[in-house]
Write a protein that binds this ligand. Structure first.
Ligand code: ADP
Length: 330
C-alpha cells in the first residue's frame, strides 16, 4: 500500500480553504492509503509566538482535524514535536540541499522581503517539510496548490540524497502532490488566496450566524452593479467557487441560470450557499464541540498517534544512518 503524508500548521484557526484544499481530501484518502497526518508545530515556531497560544492552537487544530473525519483507527494523526526524528532527518537533508534552491522559493522571498531580520528557520522550512514527508517514505502528498513548489524541493532533496547514499536502489521515493478540484480557494475579498495571514477566511467551526456575516460581506462579480444587471458566475471568484464546492449540481446549475438571467441578486445566491455550507459544516462543528469538552481524550489519541508514527520514523532514521556511516541512537 502506498503511503501518504500531509501536515498543517497550528498557526491559527482551520479555515474552509484548508478544508477544501487539503483536509477533506485527507478524509477521503485515509482508507485508500497508509496515511500520516501531522500538526506541524515545528513549522509554526518560525514566526514569533506566545507559548500558551501555541499549545492551545495545536490542540484545537487536532480537534478540527478529528471533527472533520480523520479517524485514528484508519490513519495516523500526531503532533510533529512528539516525533524527534523529523528534526533529525531535516539536519541530514540540510547537508544535501543547495542553498540556491531554498533562496528561490517564492514563499521564502515573499515572507523574507517583509521582515527586518530573517531567521534561518524561514529559509530552511522546506527542508523540514521534505523530512516530514520522506521520514514516512510517502510518495503522495495531498495539499493545496500553494505547496506545489515546496514539493518540488522535496523531490530534489530525495534525488540528491539517493544519488549520494543509495544510488543503486533509491531509498527515498520522489513524492508527488495530489491536488483536488478545490486546490486554490479564493478568500472573501474575491481576490487573494484564502489565508489566515490575510484575514479573508471563513473558519471551519464558525456558527451559522458567523458564516452568514462573512458571506454577506463577500465580494461578488464586480461588474454587476444592480440586481437587474446580468451577472457572470465566472467573475464571482468566491461565492461561485464555494457553491461548486458545497452545493449539489442542481443548485450550481440554478445559480448559473439565475445569475446570468438576473433573476437572483447576490444576496439570494449567498443565502442558498449558506444553507448548503451549514448543512455540511454543522456536524463537524458539533463533533468538534464534543471533542473540545474531552481534552484529555484528544491528548491520549495524539500520544498514541505519535507512538505509531515514531515506530516508522525510527526505522527510516536507522536505515538512513546505516547508509551514511552514522552510528544509530542507542
Ligand atoms: P495557511 O496557508 O492558511 O497558513 P497551511 O499553510 O497550514 O495554511 O496549509 C495547510 C493546507 O491547506 C495545505 O495543504 C495548503 O495547501 C492548504 N491550503 C491553505 N490555504 C488554501 C486555500 N486557500 N485553498 C486551498 N488549499 C489551501
Amino acid at each position: 500500500m502506498s503511503r501518504i503524508f500531509s501536515g498543517i500548521q497550528p498557526s491559527g484557526e482551520l479555515h474552509i480553504g484548508n478544508y477544501l484544499g487539503a483536509v477533506k481530501n485527507w478524509v477521503a484518502l485515509q482508507d485508500q492509503f497508509e496515511s500520516f497526518f501531522c500538526v506541524v508545530n515545528y513549522h509554526a515556531i518560525i514566526a514569533p509566538y506566545a507559548r500558551e497560544e501555541l499549545e492551545r492552537r495545536t490542540h484545537e487544530m487536532a480537534v478540527g482535524l478529528l471533527a472533520s473525519g480523520l479517524d485514528p483507527a484508519r490513519c495516523t494523526i500526531f503532533v510533529q514535536s512528539q516525533v524527534p526524528e523529523h528534526t533529525e532527518l531535516a539536519w541530514i537533508f540540510n547537508t544535501v540541499t543547495p542553498l540556491g534552491e531554498l533562496e528561490r522559493q517564492t514563499q521564502y522571498k515573499d515572507k523574507a522581503s517583509r521582515q527586518e531580520q530573517v531567521m534561518a528557520g524561514l529559509l530552511n522550512y522546506p527542508v523540514l517539510q521534505a523530512a516530514d514527508i520522506l521520514l514516512y517514505r510517502a510518495d503522495i502528498v495531498p495539499v493545496g496548490e500553494d505547496q506545489v513548489q515546496h514539493l518540488e524541493l522535496s523531490r530534489v532533496v530525495a534525488r540528491n540524497w539517493n544519488s549520494r547514499f543509495s544510488p543503486a536502489t533509491p531509498y527515498f521515493p520522489e513524492p508527488q502532490p495530489r491536488l483536488t478540484a478545490t486546490r486554490r480557494i479564493v478568500g472573501l475579498d474575491g481576490q487573494a488566496k484564502m489565508s489566515k495571514s490575510i484575514g479573508n477566511t471563513v473558519g471551519l467551526l464558525e456558527t451559522p450566524e458567523q458564516i452568514w456575516d462573512k458571506l454577506r460581506g463577500a465580494v461578488t462579480d464586480p461588474t454587476r452593479q444592480r440586481k437587474t444587471d446580468a451577472g457572470e458566475p465566472e467573475r464571482c471568484a468566491t461565492i461561485y467557487q464555494l457553491h461548486r464546492a458545497f452545493s449539489p449540481a442542481e443548485t450550481v446549475a440554478e445559480v448559473e441560470e439565475n445569475c446570468r438571467g438576473a433573476k437572483w441578486g447576490c444576496i439570494d445566491c449567498k443565502k442558498s450557499l449558506h444553507q448548503h455550507m451549514v448543512a455540511e459544516l454543522t456536524p463537524i462543528r458539533e463533533r468538534a464541540a464534543e471533542l473540545a469538552s474531552a481534552p484529555s481524550q484528544v491528548t491520549a489519541l495524539l500520544d498514541a498517534g505519535a507512538q505509531k508514527a515514531r515506530a516508522v520514523a525510527q526505522e527510516t532514521i536507522g536505515a538512513v544512518k546505516d547508509l551514511m556511516g552514522l552510528p544509530r541512537a542507542v
